[in-house]
Design a protein around this ligand. Structure first.
Ligand code: SF4
Length: 290
């Protein structure tokens, strides 16, 4: 099996220092919507200048490294133990090169490990065997501030008037945005899971964030709900960094997961404007980064 440490390192560099084109485009369109001279426009202009500088200088887009979450889709016969080690080696190297600030802290002692490695869940690596010969690895760096404003709802919720249906999902999602009130570095992107148990629901909400901004949900009902939530969240007037304005949420992505009849969870993973996710595909000697 190939040693892919250098390829993983490049994936980390790209994710940490170069915002994906679809996200940058959406932020550029958001600037156009904001009033000339407004705090919202100023915040978005600063964000975009920062994005450009980070790419030019190969420096982190944000000082918050974010939790590195890898999704590895590997062909039959590959060793997940070796892939995990190579990913961990790449994370250490990326920290030495300052693509990632050391940000992994022992929860009990508060000690920073200094190399972004922690227990077996840090960095988080999800493995899934797939058909064919192509290895696909997606990486998301999930900021702490935005993770703090994520929320999970157990429907029905009498306070929100939210029942166990898509109208209830809409109410829960808008409540999460309202409660965030600009914390978590708006404008944000909502990854929402409907269903699952408490754990799998949050996992699915993060998987929803792997979709690109410009795609449509293949389920027409969810597609319509995604667009409605984005539109209505932007009518709340919270705006970039909570300064007021037209753009509180850039996009909404929803994923449905099967559930027990007894439970109806809605999990909202809030992603900040620093929507750092990148993808690498490897087939033989060909390596493609996106
Ligand atoms: S929430 Fe996002 S933009 Fe804000 S500090 Fe954390 S990573 Fe950076």
């Amino acid at each position: 099996m190939q040693d892919l440490t250098q390829q993983f390192l490049e994936l980390v560099r790209l994710a940490a220092t170069s915002l994906p084109p679809d996200v940058e485009k959406a932020l550029g369109e958001a600037v156009e919507r904001e009033e000339e001279g407004s705090a919202a426009k100023g915040a978005l202009d600063t964000i975009l200048t920062n994005v450009e500088m980070a790419r030019e200088n190969a420096t982190p887009i944000c000082q918050d490294t974010g939790t590195p979450i890898f999704y590895v889709h590997y062909p039959e016969g590959w060793s997940t133990r070796k892939l995990k080690q190579q990913i961990r080696d790449a994370v250490v190297e990326a920290t030495k090169k300052s693509y990632l600030r050391p940000n992994a802290v022992d929860s009990i002692t508060g000690t920073n490990t200094g190399d972004n490695l922690g227990d077996e869940h840090y960095p988080t690596i999800h493995f899934e065997e797939v058909d064919g010969d192509t290895l696909t690895v997606e990486l998301m760096l999930k900021g702490g501030g935005c993770e703090n404003v994520g929320a999970q709802y157990k429907l029905p919720d009498a306070k929100l008037g939210a029942g166990r249906d898509l109208e209830g999902v809409r109410r829960a999602a808008l409540d999460a945005v309202y409660q965030a009130q600009g914390k978590g570095c708006a404008p944000g992107i909502l990854g929402i899971a409907v269903g699952g148990d408490r754990g799998s629901s949050f996992l699915a909400s993060k998987e929803a964030l792997l979709r690109t901004i410009d795609d449509n949900n293949p389920n027409p009902q969810l597609d319509e709900l995604e667009k409605t939530i984005t539109k209505e969240a932007n009518q709340l007037g919270i705006g970039p960094m909570g300064f007021g304005g037209q753009t509180t949420v850039i996009d909404t992505k929803i994923k449905a997961a099967h559930r027990l009849p007894a439970s109806y969870f809605v999990s909202v993973s809030y992603m900040c404007w620093a929507y750092r996710r990148r993808k690498m595909t490897i087939n033989g000697d060909e390596v493609i980064y996106a």
